[in-house]
Write a protein that binds this ligand. Structure first.
Ligand SMILES: Cc1cc2nc3c(=O)[nH]c(=O)nc-3n(C[C@H](O)[C@H](O)[C@H](O)COP(=O)(O)OP(=O)(O)OC[C@H]3O[C@@H](n4cnc5c(N)ncnc54)[C@H](O)[C@@H]3O)c2cc1C
Length: 400
């Protein structure tokens, strides 16, 4: 889509960044963001997170790209979104739940006017947090293998039954966007429909899955004869595949756009190298270690440059198929290698006595990021699948 948005000047962007920084400093809840620990751990944290997300919406720092009649900002520009994301991450403040924005875009693009009026305002007030009910035990990379079924009833309602797996925030989300097979005779991409499922409906049960860092972020969600009305269908019956694919592109960019996390990882790596000793000398004095750090810093710059360039290309209508896969792949793989190297270096250094607290904290974060790093290479589509998509859509290679 070619847009006529005028690019804000450097001064305007700097001013905007300062405003966001001040806002985050003044309003972010006292919950330090930890990778792999994004869901609230108790009711008090949940209330704090909901209030924080509602404030960000009210200030039009998130959801700024929505149409103005639904609360978007008339001055919205994608470069501002990047600044908001960067400032939140840099302040180590909690990041908004990605699935919320994703669901909102699906509703905005495919929903009826009635669905927009019903579902969008509670998102902005953060009364409704959303999750995505797509993956299943045998339908992850191969999402077209979805078996959860929806059966239309004589009164027009639908009964949905099945099991969804790895559902981020499924235990505290209010609504879920579910991909369901509604034509029992259909195969693969056909016969699928997207539904809004209220997560407190009778028959919805979220079962916790503990991740390697001990957090409760993801769930198995069982849908046992869950009844929803005809107004729960998003898009046309049978058109679920194209609805979800549009949403997934958005999600992959969202993950890839977290490049600021890579910068923070490099900073932690430098801290460990400066403050930790190897053989009695600061690790940073080793040519090998400096070389690795410089190589990683270059890779991070390349990942950032791709995201920045994509914003420009998208605005000019020159974005290409597979861009979102490149964004996700370069972020996730760089994050994994950086945090793995950081964890190895952390284990190799001795405390040099220069700043124990800073060293301890950098080591802790690197380890936490490393433990979470595989989540990025899998969620939203694995790195292997991103390469498959690129070979097909971008390079037009024949299928194996
Ligand atoms: C932290 C986390 C959060 C998640 N959140 C959600 C969520 O909120 N909602 C949701 O619906 N899902 C969610 N998922 C699920 C995620 O989308 C799937 O895990 C992912 O698509 C992979 O599917 P799978 O786990 O079934 O693995 P599989 O598809 O079984 O893949 C196993 C391995 O085989 C490889 N592989 C599979 N097929 C191919 C192929 N054709 N070519 C090459 N290699 C292949 C994969 O790359 C992977 O390495 C989440 C996952 C994680 C880890």
């Amino acid at each position: 889509m070619v847009t006529t948005l005028s690019r804000p000047s450097v001064e305007q962007l700097t001013e905007f960044r300062e405003r966001v920084r001040d806002f985050v400093a003044a309003n972010a809840p006292a919950i330090v963001a930890r990778e792999g620990h994004r869901a609230p751990e108790n009711a008090e944290q949940e209330a704090m997170l909901r209030q924080w997300f509602a404030l960000l919406f009210a200030e039009k720092l998130i959801g700024a790209d929505w149409p103005v009649e639904h609360g978007g900002d008339p001055d919205h520009h994608p470069l501002r979104d990047r600044i908001v994301a960067e400032e939140i991450v840099r302040a180590r403040a909690p990041r908004p739940v990605d699935q919320v924005n994703l669901a909102a875009h699906v509703i905005l693009h495919f929903g009826t006017e009635e669905q927009k009026r019903t579902h969008l305002p509670p998102i902005r007030r953060s009364e409704d947090v959303w999750c995505q009910l797509l993956s299943e035990p045998d339908a992850g990379s191969d999402i077209a293998a979805v078996r959860t079924r929806g059966v239309r009833q004589p009164d027009g309602d639908w009964i949905i039954s099945g099991a969804k797996l790895w559902i981020t925030d499924g235990h505290w989300a209010d609504k879920g966007l579910a991909l369901v097979r509604t034509d029992p005779d259909s195969r693969r991409h056909k016969g699928l429909t997207v539904f809004v499922v209220p997560m407190r409906s009778p028959g919805v049960q979220a079962r916790a899955i503990r991740t390697i860092g001990g957090a409760h972020e993801v769930n198995e969600v069982v849908l046992d004869d869950v009844r929803v009305g005809p107004d729960a269908v998003v898009g046309d019956v049978g058109s679920g595949w194209s609805v979800i694919m549009a949403g997934l592109d958005f999600e992959r960019f969202g993950i890839g756009g977290n490049v600021i996390l890579l910068e923070l990882l490099v900073e932690d790596l430098v801290t460990v190298a400066r403050l930790g000793d190897i053989d009695g000398r600061p690790a940073i004095e080793s040519a090998d270690i400096r070389h690795r750090l410089a190589t990683f810093a270059c890779e991070v710059e390349a990942a950032k440059a791709f995201i920045d360039d994509h914003v420009e290309q998208m605005l000019a209508g020159n974005d290409e198929p597979g861009d979102s896969s490149i964004a996700k792949l370069s972020f996730a793989d760089t994050y994994h290698r950086l945090s793995a190297h950081g964890t190895q270096l952390s284990a190799a250094v001795e405390c040099g006595g220069r700043d124990d607290d800073a060293l301890r904290e950098a080591r802790r974060r690197l380890r936490e990021c490393w433990l979470w790093s595989r989540a990025y290479t899998v969620s939203g589509g694995s790195s292997e699948m991103m390469r498959n998509i690129l070979s097909k859509r971008r390079l037009r290679l024949p299928s194996a």
